[in-house]
Design a protein around this ligand. Structure first.
Ligand code: 3H9
Length: 651
């Protein structure tokens, strides 16, 4: 017995309504493509039909080709054929958009003869974020509808636009006040009076870009893409779309699409797409209700505490923040309002949203004010005794149902929870700085962490639009543990002959936003220094240990904040330092190394090897739930290039 088609057609008063119903996101699976072809041939043949509307059931218009089909041999009918049928229909077809019209979904809408969108619709061609380019005419049709520069931004950047922008640039004809399908019927009816619709593909390109546009855009893209190929290919396809006869351009686009679809980059980005949606599997399967997140407490108003409070306010929670004294509470409030102002300046929030958010922030020195919070996140100084004391104080003022979280990035969550009466309520919530921006949230599962504490961590991640990854207790959890391992090895490479600028350049060339030494200078060398000093007594004497960082700290080079670290910053930018090189040479000599040169490939091979080895150990110890989770951590928290799929990924 064959399954019912996900595409249905109903004709009322000469207007056909073609509806796609393929939950969750109406992806263009083989059955949808086949159903669409049938529907178009049906309305072409039915002479009573004057016009048609293409709409979707459920929460969204078509959000793209079915990514699950990408790894398998393609099954006909292919999308370009479906799209050509829609565009060449005997009658005008108007797309009624809501939710997200993405990728193949937007290409389908471009083939229609008009577009009506609900006000909350987002429209885009995000293919480059999957390592491919639009493969069903998007690069050829979009620049015929909207200004070329806007088409280039949308296709090479992959970021969707909202309905207002879509209307402004001509991507949609109408923003529906109520039901987009109903308003699409009105537009389709009006178009029907003008005879057979003109396909967009036949439309002349209104304006060619200015001289030098392609070269400059390509140079900018190459700089930003950090080795990713698909944006560069997408740009070339758009250019061909404007310079070649349309059918030739469509064929060339398809060729590029199929080639990229089989690339390492596309496999890597698909892996990350699904990996990000499948994290925290062990918590998702728990049968427990999270606590209410409407009012959350934060203890500590330093960089992390204030950042977490900002993230919570942006996530529509009320926040009560505790600091030691009045001047510290005032400093925290100032930090938070400055961060919100900067978010407004970046366009992330409306300036008018700041005051209402700050009205939901209470700063105080009185722990009793936390009595009504169902979740409290501690973000005080990274010291076990200090944190344990905070937890003991918290237990005095809150009921046993309150979940207590620690934002520690290294310390043992079990030891923090050890002294309290209800350790099942304790969980680690490791945010990354800046906490209101960074997408990663490590949910650290302590020995005693109970289901409510864990599901609360997951619910918080969802509310703050973060990606949760579960980590077990160990030194540095997943991310910091891997980073410590490769940072250590990078310092060994310094002893053996490399220089910080050489290692950083190799990492950038591989696709990292920054090299490890630039990163350390940015975050400050003192925290890791303090930790090394704490561990000095228990470090096995036979363990290899580089003294380079310690020596820089000893002379006050703590990173950017002191104007010097692995680099000098007197000009604001990192400049290699003669003094650092001297320290490195001395340490090489002291350890008896004959210095040798390292190629960028050699440096990266070594870094990746260490990352994989540490990742393997983390998996074997059960600290991470899957290799894919480790990839997600390194990509979303540590700048590993997304298009390389993560340190554990291979094909
Ligand atoms: C393309 O179109 C190529 C064409 O140019 C040419 C072809 C010839 N396919 O994200 P969510 C699943 S490339 C299959 O949690 P949200 C997803 O895995 C494509 N499955 O929801 C999840 O499954 P599960 C261009 C898909 O509301 C469920 O749907 N399009 C697809 O937060 C819910 O997803 C894109 O790149 C798909 N295309 O966000 C859009 N999309 O429940 C990619 C989603 O089993 N998708 N799923 O875990 C998105 O950006 C977001 O999913 C979306 C919804 C914004 C749509």
């Amino acid at each position: 017995m064959s399954l019912p088609s996900p595409v249905s057609t109903a004709v009322v008063d000469g207007i056909a309504r073609i509806t796609i119903d393929n939950p969750p996101v109406n992806a263009l699976s083989q059955a949808v493509r086949e159903g669409l072809l049938k529907a178009i041939s049906q309305v072409n043949e039915d002479v009573s039909v004057r016009a048609a509307v293409l709409t979707c059931a459920g929460r969204t218009f078509v959000s793209g080709a079915d990514i699950k089909e990408f790894g398998r041999p393609p099954q006909p009918p292919f999308l370009p054929e479906v799209i050509a049928a829609v565009e060449g229909a005997r009658i005008p077809i108007v797309a009624a958009l809501h939710g997200t019209a993405l990728g193949g979904g937007l290409e389908l809408a471009l083939a229609c003869h008009g577009r009506v969108a609900a006000a909350s619709t987002r429209l885009g061609l995000p293919e480059v974020s999957l390592g491919i380019l639009p493969g069903a005419g998007g690069t050829v049709r979009l620049p015929r509808l909207v200004p070329v520069e806007r088409a280039v931004d949308m296709i090479t950047g992959g970021k969707p636009v909202n309905a207002d922008t879509a209307l402004e640039i001509g991507l949609v004809d109408v923003i529906a006040e109520e039901d987009p399908a109903r308003e699409a019927e009105i537009l389709a009816s009006a178009l029907a009076t003008r005879g057979k619709p003109e396909p967009l593909i036949k439309r002349q390109v209104p304006r060619r870009p200015d001289a030098g546009f392609w070269e400059k855009t390509e140079a900018d893209l190459r700089r930003k893409a950090r080795g990713q190929q698909s944006p560069i290919e997408a740009l070339a396809a758009i250019r061909e779309g404007l310079e070649l006869p349309p059918n030739e351009a469509l064929a060339r686009e398809r060729e590029r699409f199929l080639r990229l679809q089989g690339s390492f980059e596309a496999a890597a980005l698909r892996h990350v797409f699904f990996a990000e949606r499948n994290t925290a599997a062990s918590i998702r399967s728990l049968d427990a209700q999270p606590v209410d997140l409407a009012h959350v407490g934060v203890v500590g108003g330093g960089t992390m505490g204030a950042g977490i409070a900002t993230a919570l306010l942006l996530g529509a929670s009320s926040v009560t923040l505790i600091e030691r004294d009045i001047s510290a509470t005032e400093a925290a409030r100032k930090r938070i309002s400055e961060t919100l102002a900067a978010s407004a300046q970046r366009g992330a929030i409306a300036p008018s949203a700041i005051e209402p958010m700050l009205a939901h922030l209470t700063t105080t020195t009185d722990y009793a004010a936390l009595g009504t919070c169902s979740l409290i996140i501690e973000a005080v100084f990274e010291d076990l005794a200090v944190k344990a004391e905070v937890f003991n104080r918290l237990e005095e003022v809150v009921p046993p149902s309150t979940v207590l979280a620690t934002n520690t990035s290294y310390l043992d969550v079990d030891e923090i929870a050890a002294g309290i009466r209800h350790p099942e309520r304790v969980v680690g919530l490791h945010f990354f700085s800046p906490a209101h921006v960074m997408k990663l949230l490590e949910i650290v599962r302590g020995k005693a962490s109970g289901p409510v504490a864990l599901t609360t961590g997951l619910a918080l991640a969802k509310r703050l639009k973060k990606i949760p990854v579960v980590a077990g207790v160990c030194d540095g959890f997943i991310g910091n543990r891997i980073m410590s391992a490769y940072r250590r090895d990078c310092e060994f490479m310094l002893e053996e002959g490399a220089l910080p600028q050489g290692i950083d350049a190799a990492m950038r060339q591989f696709g990292f936003a920054m090299g490890i030494f630039e990163v350390q200078d940015l975050s400050g060398l003192d925290i890791a220094w303090a930790m090394r000093k704490r561990r000095a007594a228990t470090r096995p004497p036979e363990e290899r240990y580089s003294r380079i960082s310690d020596r820089l700290c000893e002379v006050g080079r703590l990173g950017r904040k002191t104007g010097a670290g692995f680099y000098d910053y007197s000009s604001g930018k990192p400049v290699p330092s003669a003094l650092v090189e001297q320290v490195i040479l001395e340490e090489s000599a002291a350890r008896g190394f004959e210095r040798r040169s390292f190629t960028p490939d050699e440096i990266m091979a070594r870094i990746l090897k260490v990352m994989r080895a540490e990742g393997g150990a983390i998996l074997a110890e059960g600290i991470a739930e899957s290799a894919a989770d480790i990839d997600v951590v390194m990509i979303t928290g540590y700048g590993f290039p997304r298009h390389k799929g993560g340190p554990m990924f291979s094909i």
